[in-house]
Design a protein. Structure first.
Length: 54
């Protein structure tokens, strides 16, 4: 059994905070970039407003 301190960690590309490996990320750990859904949503660029013809 692994200890919590032995788990790999990464830095969030949005907020810069460290976060630990989670079991649900086991298969996609190399692709995980954000520590939370909030950071992932904040990193997405906003869509430009849609102009209506006048």
């Amino acid at each position: 059994m692994r200890r919590k301190g032995d788990l790999p960690s990464k830095l969030c590309v949005q907020c810069g905070r460290p976060f630990e490996w989670r079991r649900k990320w086991a298969r996609v750990w190399n692709d995980v970039r954000y520590c939370s859904d909030g950071c992932r949503a904040a990193a997405k660029p906003l869509r430009p407003p849609v102009r209506t013809p006048t």
